[in-house]
Design a protein around this ligand. Structure first.
Ligand code: HEC
Ligand code: HEC
Ligand code: HEC
Ligand code: HEC
Ligand code: HEC
Ligand code: HEC
Length: 266
């Protein structure tokens, strides 16, 4: 009885911690809508240049490209605002401009360009959209209708969508990516949480590598040379560290306890 109570109390405390993080130190923040989950607003320079801030949506881009392609080959940081993208970088074909250059063909259409010059005819508001009424070309509801459902986040089970071949995120971009030797995936393994009563966590290297390669996790998030060399707790994950770097922002969120804590409690 006492043990069971201990676990219940620990869970309640963690859930409260998770909720507090989710709501940002006392400020009530509603849970993002499915189409907003994974949205990053970039505004290091836009407002200062009298442009609307830029909204970047992960759902649309991650359905098309792997995380690794953008965060390693194109070079976006894994932290909102940290890349410090400039209009001039985009014009020279870096960052958004690696694809949004009016030359790259996607689905038989040339992608719209970023930040001019030469884009004057196009609507800057497609990216500089925060606070504006902009109708996107790709509608979230229509796009996700045929995909397997997830309980939280975008409301999509992205891992199943990829597994079933409903989306095929590209891992290579002509002129940006360099040819790489395919890496051998590591074995899947179980992580045993510090509380004995917690269901075990099965971590799949194979499934993660599809999206992330190896470089997104090693060595920045997990030193990972030897299992157990990185110590982490659920409280830190809720704060957006370790698994939480991705699972609090872009991949299915930490509210979905059972997707990580799989095995039934004995
Ligand atoms: C088309 C490019 C692209 C793809 C694909 C992509 N990202 Fe991102 N990601 C970005 C950009 C741009 C930012 C914002 C960077 C900045 O603000 O400096 C970002 C930011 C992030 C952040 C920080 C979010 C925050 O709120 O601090 C995380 C975590 C992240 N991405 C994870 C992922 C994961 C996981 C995937 C694959 C499922 C992925 N990204 C796929 C471009 C991409
Ligand atoms: C790796 C290539 C790539 C990079 C890098 C990239 N995009 Fe995209 N983006 C695309 C593709 C491809 C589409 C079209 C997707 C479709 O039609 O399904 C798209 C679509 C969009 C759309 C949707 C427009 C609409 O009307 O629906 C916006 C907005 C956008 N990107 C903004 C950005 C911003 C901002 C950045 C940089 C922070 C960026 N993208 C970086 C490939 C990229
Ligand atoms: C594909 C997406 C995209 C499109 C389209 C786009 N921009 Fe940008 N632009 C960005 C991003 C990303 C930034 C960096 C945002 C930030 O941190 O403030 C930026 C920043 C800027 C800045 C800030 C100044 C600086 O030195 O960086 C200006 C000015 C700008 N863009 C002008 C334009 C104009 C004018 C257009 C239309 C002709 C346009 N942009 C279209 C993505 C885009
Ligand atoms: C989503 C994040 C993630 C990705 C992607 C990833 N790993 Fe790991 N890796 C981990 C974690 C978590 C551990 C356990 C580390 C710990 O607990 O200290 C680990 C451990 C390891 C270990 C030690 C295994 C052991 O049994 O001691 C090796 C070797 C490794 N990873 C190699 C790779 C390689 C090679 C790739 C690409 C094919 C890769 N990893 C991709 C997260 C990742
Ligand atoms: C670099 C980003 C990143 C990190 C760090 C990360 N994940 Fe993931 N994970 C993903 C992405 C992307 C998916 C695909 C599903 C999605 O996006 O919702 C995924 C899927 C999963 C899945 C479902 C697939 C499966 O294996 O059945 C589980 C469970 C999972 N992650 C657990 C973890 C755990 C536990 C950790 C920490 C040890 C972790 N992840 C760290 C990005 C990450
Ligand atoms: C993205 C995967 C993931 C999700 C989602 C997740 N956890 Fe965890 N959890 C972990 C990992 C990894 C550990 C630590 C394993 C270890 O100790 O090595 C952990 C550990 C724990 C522990 C053990 C105590 C501690 O602090 O380490 C508790 C209790 C726990 N989680 C509760 C929860 C609850 C409640 C939820 C849902 C609100 C949840 N977890 C969602 C991955 C996850």
């Amino acid at each position: 009885m006492r043990r069971a109570f201990g676990v219940a109390a620990a869970l309640a405390a963690l859930l409260a911690a998770g909720a507090a993080v989710g709501q940002g130190a006392g400020v009530k923040k509603r849970r993002p809508l499915p189409q907003e989950y994974g949205r990053v607003v970039l505004d290091n320079h836009s407002t200062a240049s009298r442009m609307a801030p830029v909204a970047f949506d992960h759902w649309l881009h991650r359905a098309r490209f792997t995380c690794r392609l953008c965060h390693v080959d194109v070079g976006f940081a894994m932290k909102a605002g940290a890349t410090d993208v400039r209009a001039a970088d985009n014009q020279r074909g870096f960052y958004c401009g690696a694809c949004h250059d009016r030359k790259t063909v996607f689905d038989g259409k040339k992608l719209f360009g970023a930040c001019g010059p030469g884009t004057a005819g196009e609507s800057c508001a497609r990216c500089h959209s925060v606070g504006k009424q902009v109708t996107p070309e790709v509608d979230f509801t229509a796009f996700t209708r045929g995909l397997p459902r997830g309980r939280f986040g975008n409301g999509v089970d992205w891992e199943q969508a990829e597994e079933q071949g409903l989306i095929r995120p590209a891992d290579h971009l002509e002129g940006v990516s360099i040819a790489r030797k395919p890496m051998t995936a590591q074995k899947d393994f179980a992580l045993s949480p510090k509380l004995v009563e917690m269901p075990e966590i099965v971590f799949s290297h194979k499934k993660h590598t599809v999206w992330n390669g190896c470089e997104l996790c090693h060595p920045d998030i997990f030193v990972g040379v030897k299992r157990g060399s990185t110590r982490y707790s659920m409280a830190e994950i809720f704060e957006g560290k370790y698994c939480g770097v991705c699972h609090a922002t872009v991949a299915f969120p930490t509210t979905d306890c059972q997707r990580c804590h799989t095995r039934p409690v004995q």
